[in-house]
Design a protein around this ligand. Sequence first.
Ligand code: BV8
Length: 230
Amino acid sequence: MSYQRIVVLTGAGISAESGIKTFRASDGLWEEHRIEDVATPEGFAANPAMVHQFYNGRRRQLLGGDVAPNPAHLALAELERRFNGDFMLVTQNIDNLHERAGSVNVVHMHGELLKMRCAHTDQVFPIEGDIALDDRCACCGLRQCLRPHVVWFGEMPLQMDDIYGALDACDLFVSIGTSGNVYPAAGFVQVARAAGAHTLEINLEPSATESLFAEKRYGLASEELPRFVS
Ligand code: BV8
């Protein structure tokens, strides 16, 4: 590979073959819940117990032993290991499968399921179980101030300066397993194109932004990605 600076963006599709539901599939996460109710600050304020239940269920599945990195996660970790240039893996996913596959430079722009945050101090803590509504917060000692450390709709994604800095300098941008519906992630391909980068979409089907990609490979990420990396 003759590239020097690679940015990879992943979405729920890369974890689908590990058994984690995507968002917009027919049996997806948004089929059971309205986005407004479980993935917005307003939804959390209106019914924190239900939102905790939504994320506690996803956290239990992630920690439950049936979920493991698949060949797509492993191929990205291998690419990062082998590559001598600058490499950034930006994920919209809140699971830890990239890290468990061996990826090191992972940017969780939408937060992490295995972390919680104090709503007063913004201090972040690891969590390996349920967040209960009346848990007492370790930093401010109050109850009902802990929330999942995830970015909801209307909230600013994390590490955006780092991400745009990498996109502005990249010569290869690869988007994997995302429907291209959610911004600002869906706009990254335009930033990469403006930087003169080659752009590749790997997905089960054309995303909403497929026309912006110079190259497209459609199929299962667990098959297409190892092929691309080899
Ligand atoms: C912000 C975290 C600004 C929690 C998530 C109108 C126009 C443009 C933007 C907006 C607009 N109205 C509102 C907005 C902003 C909004 C937005 O984009 N809304 C959309 C719905 C229009 N965005 C935001 O609010 C963002 N913040 O803009 O802040 C701001 C400015 C100043 C100050 C403050 C704020 C924040 C968005 C983050 C929301 N949080 N998740 C959680 O996970 O519960 S988003 C959620 O959807 C996920 O994180 C995920 O990342 C995201 C996108 O989903 P995908 O990953 O793409 O998953 P999806 O199911 O859609 O698709 C899966 C794909 O995989 C499919 O294409 C499928 O074909 C493919 N696939 C399936 N299996 C496989 C496969 N591919 C390969 N192999 C397989 N096996």
